[in-house]
Design a protein around this ligand. Structure first.
Ligand code: ITT
Length: 191
């Protein structure tokens, strides 16, 4: 069975990805390979950050691996928080990150936003990228308690509930990560 390291320790993401890929592949986390390094994420784009993660693992361990970078782009904030989504307020505190987004948006009527994911895969000495995005809008206040990150303030287009008001199954069927991972999974099936 093909073993791939997913360059993350985010348990939510690991679960989402394993659910989409199924058990055709064994996916290991950074913890599973005893990597406790703070892998640099200094790029200006999701692509650069995703590739930084796989480059790091390839250089240090010589492993086949994939890494993703995702985030929320809000039109009225010129694409912010974007690559700074995890630490928009200066820390990983999601209460503060969401507060900052809502404060900066204020009562701006343009609520258009999207979640994006880019996956970098390094396999058989080749580099591949897979992308997924989902359009939606930012609501005035938090709604729901499922999911993670900015889920409580994001309503995907065509829905009237936030990601945090959806079950994991429902979110996984349409999310940016699901789209990108679906492309990764389709590609892996051709290997
Ligand atoms: P790793 O880098 O350890 O994988 P991370 O939490 O930093 O985990 P990302 O870089 O992929 O994850 O995403 C950056 C931030 O974007 C993340 O911390 C969330 O705040 C937000 N985000 C990404 N995907 C999301 C989703 O599906 N729902 C809500 N917020 C999301």
């Amino acid at each position: 069975m093909l073993e791939l390291v997913f360059a993350t320790n985010n348990a939510h993401k690991l679960e989402e990805v394993q659910a989409i890929v199924g058990n055709a592949f064994t996916i290991k986390s950074l913890n599973d390979i005893d990597c406790h390094d703070d892998i640099p994420e200094t790029g200006k784009t999701f692509e650069e950050n995703a590739q930084q993660k796989t480059d790091y693992l390839v250089n240090k361990y010589g492993l086949y691996c994939f890494g993703d970078d995702s985030g929320l782009e809000i039109d009225a904030l010129n694409g912010e928080p974007g690559v700074y989504s995890a630490r928009y307020s200066g820390s990983r505190n999601m209460e503060k990150n969401i507060d900052l987004v809502l404060e900066k948006l204020g009562d701006n009527p343009n609520r258009k936003a999207r979640f994006k994911t880019v996956i970098s895969l390094y396999l058989n000495e080749k580099q591949h990228f897979f992308e997924g995005s989902i359009e939606g809008r930012i609501v005035d206040g938090r709604r729901g308690s499922d999911g993670f990150g900015y889920d409580p303030i994001f309503i995907p287009e065509g829905y009237d509930r936030t990601f945090a008001e959806m079950s994991a199954v429902e979110k996984n069927a349409i999310s940016h990560r699901a789209i990108a991972v679906g492309k990764l999974a389709d590609f892996l099936k051709t290997i």
